[in-house]
Design a protein around this ligand. Structure first.
Ligand code: SF4
Length: 235
């Protein structure tokens, strides 16, 4: 799980139902004609402009601890801080859908084409999240091939579940994702937008189980950790 990875569009393109659910919209069959047109236009734009790729690098537990040491908060009070000590293998990653797609979203909003901008942004957001899942599946498959058939991999990212975005600095310093065209600004936000980053943690499904009762959980709208845990515990 080292080096640059290029994804084909068929893999990176998010399912329509996933995009709609993330926007709390009804299924495609129940959309108004206007929304259905916007959705199809957005997928056509995605296919025309997305350049999905990633850079990843495996690292040891000690090396990961060095990366996690660099953000403004106690790592023990984060989800990643509870999970990584139980992990058996780790890989840092940064993935992106590339500049042309990000530029098109910016252009639509700049032109006040809000409907098209919003729908393309929604498709691209789901597509970017999908890259993390594709990398997790790839790492899991590699580990299985190396004789670890029970390994289950989940991605954990700065900016979520207590790991603040300032954690990006050490992650970027180690991985150097400029090679795939992703840079970090002073606020630790990635350019181009629609890029994702994090650490893939591998081990038996049970290592990903935790109780979501941190102080920051009170403000969580998605409660996405429940489905994530279930996805590795049920296999
Ligand atoms: S409830 Fe939300 S913030 Fe808390 S661990 Fe789950 S996903 Fe993260």
């Amino acid at each position: 799980m080292n080096g640059i990875i290029h994804f084909d569009l068929d893999s990176a393109r998010p399912p329509r139902e996933e995009v709609l659910a993330a926007q709390e919209l009804p299924p495609a069959g129940a959309l108004s004609p206007r929304l259905r047109d916007l959705l199809e236009e957005a997928f056509a734009e995605f296919d025309a402009r997305a350049e999905p790729r990633a850079i990843a690098g495996e690292l040891s537990l000690a090396e990961l601890e060095e990366v996690l040491d660099g953000f403004d908060g106690p790592v023990e009070e984060t989800v990643i801080g509870q999970i990584y000590p139980k992990g058996e293998a780790f890989a840092l990653y940064v993935a992106t859908l590339g500049t042309p797609l990000a530029e098109r979203i910016r252009e639509l909003f700049a032109n006040n084409d809000l409907g098209r901008g919003w729908m393309l942004d929604a498709v691209a957001s789901s597509g970017a999240d999908r890259l993390s899942d594709l990398l997790a599946a790839r790492f899991e498959s590699e580990l299985n091939g190396r004789g670890h058939p029970m390994s289950r991999v989940l991605p954990y990212s700065p900016g979520y579940c207590g790991w603040t975005v300032s954690g990006q600095r050490k992650l970027f310093a180690r991985l150097r994702p400029a090679e795939v065209g992703v840079t970090l600004n002073d606020s630790c936000l990635m350019t181009p937008i629609k890029s994702v980053s994090g650490v893939l943690v591998a081990g038996p499904g049970e290592i990903h189980r935790f109780r979501p009762d941190f102080a920051f959980c009170d403000e969580c709208k998605t409660r996405a950790c429940g489905a994530r845990m279930a996805s590795v515990l049920k296999r």
